[in-house]
Structures are given as structure tokens and as C-alpha cells.
Design a protein around this ligand. Structure first.
Ligand code: ADP
Length: 410
């Protein structure tokens, strides 16, 4: 078989752990080969934290669901072997089944998200004494002996901290990049810095910092208070030269939903929290593409006078005109895309829909609000580009689908 490490990781290792590779945001030379260890999975990203209890696992699961909610195929691998929490966070119980031939396991699935965790293999409360080599063996099995299928991104929920185990894991996996979750307090940021340094050492691109429990939102009155001060992590990210991906509030609903296996991104998709996770996912995706050297420059968006179509002009000269109806029925939202390709909805009756507003999201996406109230689609530049390029084929496929399901355009 093939070497389990990407050439990039091997190169990094050959250069020695000292590395000094400068900012990890430097695009890699040439096209990165598709993750050699995991066929079908385009990107593996690590979600890590300098210490435990900062909400890393909660963030990882909602981020993975956020990727799905913006139209990407995602999965999550719980590499937190000491304290696997994905079974609880996703509300999954039972054991994974083994495929005929006995070589591969099927991942578990909830909310359309494929998931694998040590928690499915051993009963909760069974103490396991992990020795170094077992840790990497377990990780490799969950990564390579699982039928993940076709995924745009597999999120790896790392064990908290920055010890040898984490370092070895980071080296074992051909990562496209790493996201660091931190809380705003100074101490946590110092820990976060350790996390950043760990990935820099092994030359893994840093996609950015997510600030969790960034501010407090009162569950009864909705008022926001910046109990830890404001902008700490953002300033720190700037100083450290890594992108600030965004902040997540400290909120009762996030905790309660998460601890009962109903992650807010899918159980309450119209909530402000779900929107925050979708934005984090879109921003993180933009960073993944940027690290790959494929950043899409923001296109010029022009709404037609009758609000029935959108002009999308890319810097490269491509110019597309997309109807409000097409954008609506192909919205990259969970409502339209479902949680998996099989669940994708065919939406009819939108011939007369208009665009009510265009709400820019960072420099990587636009939120489109439609006259029927739909507003959960976050259109990233690559998605708009894809819609433009495949406009005719997609529209014919849509019309055929309508016909087949006995629907019409209204
Ligand atoms: P870690 O993986 O860093 O150890 P967890 O994701 O397990 O942390 O989160 C620790 C606790 O904090 C959990 O009970 C979780 O529900 C809660 N939590 C995480 N993020 C938030 C948030 N933004 N608002 C409220 N509670 C949160």
C-alpha cells in the first residue's frame, strides 16, 4: 500500500522538528495530493485546544454540522480517545457494523453526519490504559479502516492539550490544516499559543482560532455582555499571524442541546447560534481553500432592478447571471440539501421568488435573503462559481427532478 503520511508531513519531519517554517498560512507548493491515507476524503482538519474544557468537542461537532449545512459533505472523527464525547454530543449509541470481508467498519451516523469514536467501541466508564503506540494505532484504524465514503472534509476532534500524544497524532494524519479553539481568558490564550506552536512545529497550516464562550448571552433577555472583555482572541490572533475565524457565545442552549445529543446547528437551524456555526464553517472552508492556494477573490455582485436575478462577476472575467429562483432552489442550506445527498429536497413553486437582501459575510460568502423568508443559505464564492459554471446542466437536472416528483415551478 501507500505510505500513510503525506509527503508534506514527511518533508516537515525530515527538516527536523525545529522547522522554523514561518507562517503556516503560506500556501503549499504545487497541488496537494488527495489525502493519501483516506481515499475519498478531500480534506482532514484537526480541531485542537491547548487545554481541556474550552468547548473543543462541542465546537468540532457543530463545525462539522456547519460544513454540512453549507452544502459540503462532512464527517467527524473523535480522536479524543481519553474522553470520547462524540457519542453523547451526537446522541449516538450502539456499535459500528463491520462490512463483509471484515476489513472495514461502517461509520456511525447521526444528523447525516458520519462519525467514528472510541466511544462506540468501548463502554463508557471502562478505563483504558493507553500506551503510546496504541494511541496512534487506534487513530489509524478509525481513519483508514472505516468506510468514510466521499467527503469534502473530515473533522478530527483532537485530545485536548499539546503533549506527545497530540504531536504524534498530528504527524500521523495528512492534515490540510488545524483549527484552535480557545476561550477568551488570558490563560487559555497562552494555552492556545502552545497549540499553535505544536502545529507549526510539524508544518501543518493553521486555519485559525475560534473563540468559544466569547461573550455571554442572557437566555431570558438575550442581552449580550462581554464578561471577558472584547476582542482578546481577535487581537491575539492578529499578533500571532493566524486568521480569527470568529466567536461563539456562552449560551445555555448550546450547552443543553449539545449535552443531550441535539447539536444546535441541526436541532435549531434558524437560531442565531446555528448561523454562527455556519459562518464559522464557511470561513474555515475559505481558509482551507486558501491554504491550498485556491482562494476565490470576492466577485462583484449586482442585483437586477427587479430583484429577480443576481449578476456574479469574478476577477478572472467569468460573469454569471443567476436567477433568484435558481439560487433559492439550490440554496446550500440544510433545508434544501438535507443532511446527506439522499435527503436532498426538491423545492418547487419558487418561480416568482425574489431576492430581498444580500448580506455580505466576511470576504468569503454572502447570505441571501429571499422573499419567501428563506435565509439560511450561505453562498460561498466557490459555490456561486460552481453554480455559474454548471448553470445549464444544473437547471436541466432541476427541471427533470421537478417533473419526476410531480412538482412544478409555480
Ligand atoms: P472540551 O472538548 O474542550 O473538553 P466540551 O466541548 O466537552 O469541551 O465542553 C465542555 C462543556 O462546556 C460542555 O458541557 C459543553 O456543553 C459546554 N460548552 C461548550 N461550548 C459552550 C458554549 N459556547 N456555550 C455554553 N456551553 C458550552
Amino acid at each position: 500500500g501507500r505510505a500513510p503520511e503525506s509527503s508534506r508531513v514527511q518533508e516537515a519531519r525530515a527538516r527536523g522538528a525545529g522547522g522554523g517554517g514561518g507562517l503556516a498560512a503560506t500556501p503549499q507548493q504545487g497541488a496537494k495530493p488527495a489525502s493519501p491515507g483516506v481515499p475519498g476524503v478531500k480534506h482532514l482538519i484537526a480541531v485542537a485546544s491547548g487545554k481541556g474544557g474550552v468547548g473543543k468537542s462541542t465546537t468540532a461537532v457543530n463545525l462539522a454540522l456547519g460544513f454540512q449545512a453549507i452544502g459540503l459533505k462532512a464527517g467527524i472523527l473523535d480522536a479524543d480517545i481519553y474522553g470520547p464525547s462524540q457519542p453523547r454530543l451526537l446522541g449516538i449509541s450502539g456499535k459500528p457494523s463491520v462490512l463483509p470481508g471484515g476489513k472495514k467498519m461502517l461509520p456511525m451516523e447521526a444528523w447525516g453526519l458520519k462519525s467514528m469514536s472510541m466511544g462506540y467501541m468501548v463502554d463508557e466508564g471502562t478505563p483504558i490504559i493507553w500506551r503510546g503506540p496504541m494511541v496512534t494505532q487506534a487513530l489509524n484504524q478509525m481513519l483508514r479502516e472505516v468506510a468514510w465514503g466521499e467527503l469534502d472534509v473530515l473533522v478530527i476532534d483532537m485530545p485536548p492539550g499539546t503533549g506527545d500524544v497530540q504531536l504524534t497524532m498530528a504527524q500521523q494524519v495528512p492534515l490540510s490544516g488545524a483549527v484552535i479553539v480557545s476561550t477568551p481568558q488570558d490563560l487559555a490564550l497562552i494555552d492556545a499559543r502552545k497549540g499553535l506552536n505544536m502545529f507549526r512545529k510539524v508544518d501543518i497550516p493553521l486555519l485559525g482560532i475560534i473563540e468559544n464562550m466569547s461573550y455571554f448571552v442572557c437566555p431570558s433577555c438575550g442581552a449580550r455582555s462581554d464578561i471577558f472583555g472584547h476582542g482578546g482572541a481577535e487581537d491575539e490572533a492578529k499578533k500571532l499571524g493566524v486568521p480569527f475565524l470568529g466567536g461563539i457565545p456562552l449560551h445555555m442552549d448550546i450547552r443543553a442541546k449539545s449535552d443531550s445529543g441535539q447539536p444546535v446547528t441541526v436541532s435549531d437551524p434558524t437560531s442565531p447560534h446555528a448561523e454562527i456555526y455556519r459562518r464559522l464553517a464557511a470561513r474555515t472552508w475559505a481558509e482551507i481553500e486558501s491554504v491550498e492556494g485556491r482562494r476565490t477573490e470576492p466577485p462583484k455582485l449586482t442585483l437586477s432592478a427587479d430583484a429577480a436575478s443576481l449578476g456574479v462577476a469574478f476577477a478572472g472575467g467569468e460573469n454569471y447571471n443567476l436567477s433568484a429562483e435558481m439560487l433559492r432552489v439550490m440554496s446550500p442550506s440544510a433545508e434544501v440539501q438535507g443532511h446527506s445527498p439522499e435527503e436532498r429536497q426538491t423545492i418547487g413553486g419558487k418561480r416568482k421568488v425574489l431576492i430581498t437582501s444580500l448580506d455580505p459575510v466576511g470576504n468569503y460568502a454572502v447570505k441571501i435573503v429571499f422573499s419567501d423568508g428563506h435565509s439560511t443559505g450561505l453562498f460561498t464564492w466557490p459555490y456561486l462559481e460552481q453554480l455559474g459554471r454548471e448553470k445549464d446542466a444544473r437547471w436541466s437536472a432541476y427541471e427533470a427532478e421537478l417533473k419526476q416528483k410531480g412538482l412544478n415551478r409555480g
